[in-house]
Ligand binder design. Structure first.
Ligand SMILES: [Mn+2]
Length: 306
C-alpha cells in the first residue's frame, strides 16, 4: 500500500518520484470489454510478496517515492469528457516532473496520457516504446477515431510523438492490413516483431531494442498492452493473440529499458480481470509495474552514490 493523494497541491507537498493513476475506461474496446476493472484489480487483487528486488538487490520503496493518485473520472459513453479527465490527471503529474504510471483501461487511454506527457517534455522529444500484439495505428475503426486500435495513429498525426520516435515491440497475428502497414513504413516506425524474437532470441534482439531507443533520444514512454504476453500467461485481456512473450522475457526487457533510458512515463493497458484465471494476468501486470519501480529505484540509488 502506498500513500493515496487526491489533489494536485498534495503532489507539491509530497513531491513523489512516481504517481500511479487509474483510468477505468473500456468503451473503446473492439472485442471483449472489461478493462475498466483493471485499476481496481491491480490495486486490490495482486499478490504482494514483499518489496525487495532480488536481482537488483534493492528495497524498492527505500529509494523511490511512489504515491497512488487515484483514478481519472471517466463517464460511460462520454469519450470527450473522459479523455479530458485522463489528460488532466496525467498532466497534473507530468507537469510537476513526476513520472505518471497509468493503469488502464483500454489502450485508447494512451492517446490523452501520452499527449499530456509530450506537452510537458515537448512534442517530438519523447520516444514511445510500445509493447503490443497489435500496432494500434489504424486510422478509424467502425467509424471510431478514438478506438483502442487507433491511439498510436492519433499521437503520430498530432506530432506529440512522431512516427520516427515510435518503437513497436511484439507485434504478431493478423492485423492491421497492408494499407496501414504501408502507412507505418511511410511514417518511419521501427518494429521488433515477435517473429524476430523467435528467430534471433530475446537477448540478441534486446540489444538492438535498447540501441534503437537510445538512438532516438533518451526520454521514453513505455506503453504495455498486456496482450503482448502470450494469452497462456495473460488470458485476461480483450483481444488475445497467441504466440506472445513469456513473462520472464518481458520482465527483463522492461528492466533493461528502465535502467538504460530516461523513462518519463509508463502505462499498462488492457487488463480485463473478469477473464482471468488464478489472477495470472493481474499478477504479471503488477510485476511489470514493480520491475519498472525497481529499475527506477536502482537508478536513483546509484545516482545518490556517485
Ligand atoms: Mn493495444
Amino acid at each position: 500500500m502506498r500513500p493515496q493523494l487526491t489533489e494536485p497541491e498534495q503532489l507539491d507537498e509530497w513531491r513523489p518520484d512516481v504517481a500511479v493513476i487509474g483510468a477505468p475506461w473500456d468503451d473503446s474496446t473492439t472485442n471483449r470489454p472489461g478493462a475498466r476493472f483493471g485499476p481496481r484489480a491491480l490495486r486490490a487483487s495482486a499478490y504482494d510478496p514483499g518489496t525487495y528486488h532480488l536481482d537488483l538487490g534493492i528495497e524498492i520503496f527505500d529509494h523511490l517515492e511512489v504515491v497512488d493518485y487515484g483514478d481519472a473520472i471517466t463517464s460511460h459513453g462520454m469519450w470527450e469528457l473522459s479523455r479530458a479527465a485522463i489528460h488532466q490527471r496525467v498532466a497534473e503529474v507530468a507537469s510537476r516532473g513526476i513520472i505518471p504510471f497509468v493503469i488502464g483501461g483500454d489502450h485508447s487511454i494512451t492517446w490523452p496520457a501520452a499527449t499530456a506527457v509530450a506537452e510537458h517534455h515537448g512534442f517530438g522529444n519523447v520516444t514511445m516504446i510500445h509493447f503490443d500484439a497489435h500496432a494500434d495505428t489504424a486510422n478509424i475503426i467502425e467509424g471510431n477515431l478514438a478506438s483502442h486500435g487507433t491511439p498510436m495513429r492519433r499521437l503520430i498525426e498530432s506530432g506529440a510523438i512522431p512516427g520516427d520516435r515510435f518503437i513497436q515491440v511484439g507485434l504478431r497475428g493478423y492485423w492491421p492490413g497492408e494499407e496501414d502497414q504501408q502507412w507505418m513504413r511511410d511514417n518511419g516506425l521501427r518494429h521488433f516483431m515477435m517473429q524476430e524474437f523467435w528467430e534471433r532470441g530475446t537477448k540478441a534482439v534486446l540489444e538492438d531494442l535498447v540501441a534503437a531507443a537510445k538512438q532516438r533520444g533518451d526520454k521514453t514512454y513505455i506503453s504495455i498492452d498486456i496482450d503482448v504476453l502470450d494469452p497462456g500467461f495473460a488470458p485476461a485481456t480483450g483481444t488475445p493473440e497467441p504466440g506472445g512473450f513469456a513473462p520472464i522475457d518481458l520482465l527483463r526487457i522492461i528492466r533493461r529499458l528502465v535502467l538504460e533510458t530516461d523513462v518519463v512515463a509508463f502505462d499498462v493497458m488492457e487488463v480485463a480481470p473478469a477473464y482471468d484465471h488464478a489472477d495470472l494476468t493481474v499478477n504479471v501486470a503488477h510485476r511489470l509495474i514493480w520491475e519498472a519501480f525497481a529499475g527506477l529505484a536502482a537508478k536513483k540509488r546509484d545516482l545518490a552514490r556517485e
